[in-house]
Design a protein around this ligand. Structure first.
Ligand SMILES: NC(=O)NCCC(=O)O
Length: 336
């Protein structure tokens, strides 16, 4: 466990709005060859003392990693892993609702969702469980990776829930699930809807994304004047059947190393140190949410954003007959 705090200036007309926020990163518990029910239950067992530690440390809002109930099997393209999908009021939600009630804590739970009301369709979904154990709502991952071994479109579709911000007992929160962090407009949309804390529950591996990891969340926090909580899972998960990456390299049975390194970023460009690259961990930070408005007022990014200019460009860009605004040097092709 590591704990930090972000402060803000004292204001005369508003008291501080200090919230204690927690992030959990963890490896899976049993080999991926174990019966699925045992695997899921073993993760619950492993997380129980960590969630208890968060709750008894006074954490107000806690976020778990992407698809925390299962191994990150999307590299395999095998359909059997769909069995881990659950309805939003399924076993993992019921498990977390107990902690939410016990500790008066909001919990963000990122799962593979099975929508039983829409033909058993699957989604990559983050649920927001309120501090009374109620389900406040859900957000479905907007951007699906098609990079390296991340073959997630085999399992679920692009989200259809927009960019909701959840007004909780402890501030306005949103969830930008994993690969969405590479999309600045995704971050922006949560900001436009008023988010004060955006969580980025992730599952990503060193060779692919580690150089980008410390930059993207910090940049989003600065550009959108909110806090970001970044979480990545830990360890190497080995699967029963080897798979290929479509890159001519030999088949393999693991994704590579999930490098942990969970951390918080703040709108004033500060950030906490990261958790370990190899070990499970709980990162806790106090944050005064007044810092969000203070940074908006200092830098005026919202007021200077010129959204109407970009709205116009984007409206034209999404049409099939879009022509880029390029002015060529008339001398460029003269002698050709
Ligand atoms: N889970 C997921 O979206 N991973 C994609 C890889 C990355 O964005 O680093």
């Amino acid at each position: 466990m590591q704990a930090f705090s972000f402060s803000a200036d004292r204001e005369s007309l508003r008291g501080p709005r200090i919230v204690r926020v927690g992030l959990i990163q963890n490896s899976i518990s049993l080999p991926t060859t174990a019966p699925f029910l045992d695997q899921r239950r073993a993760i619950f067992k492993k997380l129980t003392p960590i969630i208890d530690a968060a709750g008894s440390s006074g954490v107000n809002v806690l976020c778990l990693q992407e698809a925390w109930t299962m191994p990150f099997a999307f590299c395999t393209r095998e359909k059997k892993w769909c069995e881990f999908a659950e309805p939003i009021d399924g076993e993992s939600t019921q498990f977390l609702q107990e902690f939410a009630r016990k500790y008066n804590m909001v919990i963000v739970s990122s799962i593979l969702e099975r929508d039983v009301y829409h033909g058993e369709t699957l989604w990559n979904t983050a649920l927001i469980i309120g501090n009374h154990g109620n389900i406040i709502g859900k957000h479905r991952k907007n951007h699906i990776p098609r990079v390296g071994d991340f073959n997630e479109s085999t399992y679920y579709m692009e989200g259809n829930t927009g960019h909701p911000v959840f007004d909780t007992a402890y501030g306005k929160i949103a969830v930008n699930i994993c690969y969405g962090r590479h999309h600045p407009l995704n971050w922006l949309a949560f900001g436009l809807n008023g988010a004060e804390i955006v969580f980025n529950p992730s599952a990503t591996v060193g060779e692919l994304s580690e150089p980008m990891w410390p930059i993207e969340a910090r940049n989003a926090a600065i550009a959108n004047s909110y806090f970001v909580g970044s979480i990545n899972r830990v360890g190497t998960e080995v699967f029963p059947n080897p798979f290929t990456s479509g890159d001519g390299k030999p088949q393999h049975a693991d994704f590579g190393h999930f490098y942990g390194s969970s951390h918080f970023s703040a709108p004033d460009s500060s950030c906490t140190p990261s958790l370990s690259r190899h070990k499970d961990g709980l990162l806790i930070s106090d944050m005064d949410l007044n810092l969000c408005r203070q940074l908006k007022e200092k830098w005026g990014f919202r007021m200077t954003a010129r959204y109407e200019v970009y709205a116009d460009l984007l409206a034209r860009y999404v049409k099939h007959d879009f022509e880029p605004q390029v002015i060529s040097d008339p001398l460029l092709y003269k002698n050709a």
